[in-house]
Design a protein around this ligand. Structure first.
Ligand SMILES: Cc1cc2nc3c(=O)[nH]c(=O)nc-3n(C[C@H](O)[C@H](O)[C@H](O)COP(=O)(O)O)c2cc1C
Length: 466
């Protein structure tokens, strides 16, 4: 297979695409950079300047393995991965990840060039950034953990933070309590360790597909990722637990999550914008590392960076839209704002045809997953991507005594600092900020397109360019 085709599904294929077609979105830092705090500060400084390039650090702490970050911070680049304009990204993502394409198993994985095992394994040799002053240690943040369900054999893949604890020991938190958490719980109930392969160095479409959460239990996430690529995802068998992992990855770490062992893990600077002390406190032990001879390391910039949150926004927008459209074809769009950590608030726009529809939308959206805490429903004259417009609707269309619904005692996110510190429950809230149906309501002030155009022309003649 020509190398360009072979790289289509890989991190280096993505980097090549960015360098060729979006050179302004690619930044290489060749000088030696301190891995403590500096890479994170650089990405946040770029964001402050309104820039989201992929960043390659050639030499973190002088180590020769490059460290790539910020691969998922730009709607333009993520849309380019799907071959659509940025405005079509959530819809294209939503549609494609419902097409499950069976995987292809190959026998010549790129990561089989160097094999390090036993006593020679030393994870501290990797260029792992130490991201925030609160962090307990350097963290591997772009490790995709793959394991099989001990009961059904179906596998999963997803990011889980990994705290460097020793030469071959990583603390891991499975706090999102989805498949990996459940697989470990099932293995532990049998008194067994859970065989796990950590994949590092993946294409952004793998990142995006791994965040999908509403799909049938017999479907492999790798098949969803295949749907995003529009072709079978190429996997190869590795040396642990009969697992298959992406054949084009930069490196894999084979090992297991121990049963009945819990150790302090964290704190860590999380997507909530807070230091997170909460953790499931699991322990991963590495047995073997396999990698390309010229392997690159990948790190997700953590905290509230776009690299960490943008994909969550897009995934949740797609998943909630899917759930709502089943019963409410008049739902127009869903927005999960970055400022709500890409998680906690969903804004729904609908063309209301009858009373009670916003309440149906609220129940369905709150039920899609534990992270969605508040749902706000607005009419379709409100721009849900403009928080000012949404606040205006809440300010002028809500009567608190009848338009706000509270649901106490619901399972919430462990990392949400407002969830109960012992059982992580919280109160969910729905806000119906739509106008009453079937009767007159105050008329919204609007300036028509024609008048706007006339105004722009006059302003231009007066010397004010748009
Ligand atoms: C950069 C990044 C880091 C993440 N870290 C964790 C983590 O430490 N623990 C966790 O449970 N979920 C984490 N998540 C969320 C999971 O990856 C996500 O919920 C995934 O769908 C879980 O996959 P699973 O069903 O295989 O468990 C992270 C997501 C991202 C984007």
């Amino acid at each position: 297979m020509p190398s360009k085709d072979r790289d289509r599904q890989t991190l280096r294929g993505f980097l090549g695409m960015v360098q060729e077609h979006y050179p302004r979105d690619f930044l290489r830092i060749a000088e030696t950079v301190d891995s403590r705090l500096v890479p994170t500060a650089i990405v946040f400084e770029l964001e402050r300047q309104g820039r989201d390039p992929v960043v390659v650090f050639d030499r973190l702490d002088g180590k020769s393995m490059p460290c790539v970050t910020n691969i998922a911070a730009s709607r333009t680049l993520l849309a380019a991965c799907l071959g659509v304009p940025p405005a079509e990204l959530p819809t294209a993502f939503r549609e494609r990840c419902q097409t499950y394409i069976p995987c292809e198993t190959v026998t010549d994985p790129a990561w089989d060039e160097v094999v390090i095992e036993g006593e020679a394994v030393d994870l501290a040799l990797l260029p792992i950034p130490y991201q925030f002053t609160v962090d307990a240690a350097p963290y591997i943040t772009a490790g995709q953990l793959t394991a099989r369900d001990p009961e059904t054999g179906v596998d999963t893949t997803g990011f889980h933070r990994l705290m460097l604890k020793g030469r071959n020991r990583l603390g891991v938190s499975l706090h999102s309590r989805r498949r990996m958490y459940e697989f470990h719980r099932r293995a532990e109930a049998r008194g067994q360790a859970l065989p796990v392969a950590i994949t590092i160095g993946i294409h952004p479409l793998h990142y995006m597909g791994s965040m999908v959460y509403a799909y049938p239990p017999n479907v492999r996430k790798f098949e969803i990722i295949g749907g995003l690529f529009g072709e079978p995802y190429r996997l190869a068998r590795c040396g642990v637990g009969d697992l298959e992992v992406p054949a084009g990855a930069e490196m894999i770490i084979e090992g297991e999550i121990l049963p009945d062992v819990r150790e302090p893990e964290g704190p860590f600077g999380e997507f909530t914008g807070y230091a997170s002390f909460r953790s499931t406190q699991n322990v991963f032990v590495a047995h073997r590392i396999r990698m390309r001879r010229d392997a690159m390391f990948h790190s997700v910039t953590s905290g509230m960076s776009k690299d960490h949150i943008l994909v969550s926004c897009i995934t949740r927008e797609g998943e909630i839209l899917n759930a709502l459209r089943r019963n409410l074809p008049n739902v127009k769009a869903v927005h999960v704002p970055h400022s709500t950590c890409g998680a906690f608030v969903a804004i729904v726009s609908m063309k209301k045809t009858a009373e009670g529809e916003p309440q149906m939308a609220i129940m369905a959206a709150l039920g899609t997953e534990l992270y969605t805490k508040y749902v706000i429903v607005v009419d379709d004259d409100v721009d849900i991507f403009d928080i000012n417009d949404v606040f205006w609707a809440i300010a002028t269309r809500v009567r608190a005594e009848k338009d706000i619904v509270l649901i106490p005692g619901v399972k919430g996110a462990i990392l949400d600092p407002s969830s109960d510190p012992t059982d992580f429950t919280l109160t969910k809230m729905g806000i119906d900020a739509t106008r009453p149906a079937g009767r007159d309501f105050a008329e919204r002030l609007v300036i028509g397109d024609e008048d706007r155009a006339r105004a722009r022309a006059i302003l231009e003649r007066a010397g004010l360019q748009a």
